[in-house]
Design a protein around this ligand. Structure first.
Ligand code: DQA
Length: 153
């Protein structure tokens, strides 16, 4: 078991509305169902997931400010903020924790504006278009990173 295994699963704007959003892009799960599934995925990988969602940009910024002592890694799906929020980008940089960007839908094959991510280069990797399975891929990447850190310490 890793000593540092706390993953903050952070969802941004409109993700609480999953279940009401276009299932061809986002699948059939409600937001609660998605969080429950990610919690199970994390347990299977010996990670401890904690969850946060907000529709208020400043709240997400402040949450990231306070994260350093509370988490060892971040799984971040900022929703539409991905594409333009430099405030969230800067706050993620301040958090200074290993992070993975996740999108349920395949943002690269949708509208032009979704191809831009202002957080991508701050993240270990971006997982997009795999639906809920993408969260497992992201958790595995974070676990690998924390395992590597543990060897280096
Ligand atoms: C999303 C993709 C974004 O473009 C969109 O604005 C979302 C969800 C995804 O998970 O596919 O709200 O981040």
């Amino acid at each position: 078991m890793l000593a540092r295994n706390r993953i903050e699963v952070v969802h941004g704007v409109n993700l609480d509305q999953l279940g009401r959003r276009d299932p061809t892009h986002y699948g059939p799960l409600t937001f609660d169902e998605l969080e429950r599934l990610v919690d199970e995925q994390a347990r299977e990988l010996d990670l401890k997931a904690r969850f946060f969602q907000t529709n208020h940009e400043g709240e997400l910024v402040e949450h990231l400010h306070n994260l350093q002592e509370q988490a060892d890694g971040i799984l971040l799906n900022p929703g539409a903020w991905t594409h333009y929020s430099y405030a969230i980008r800067d706050a993620l940089e301040i958090a200074a924790l290993p992070a993975v960007e996740v999108h349920l839908s395949d943002v690269g094959s949708r509208e032009e504006f979704r191809r831009v991510s202002v957080i991508r280069d701050l993240c270990l990797t971006t997982v997009s278009g795999l639906g809920p399975d993408g969260y497992r891929v992201a958790l595995e990447r974070l676990r690998d990173e924390l395992a590597e850190e543990a060897v280096e310490r």
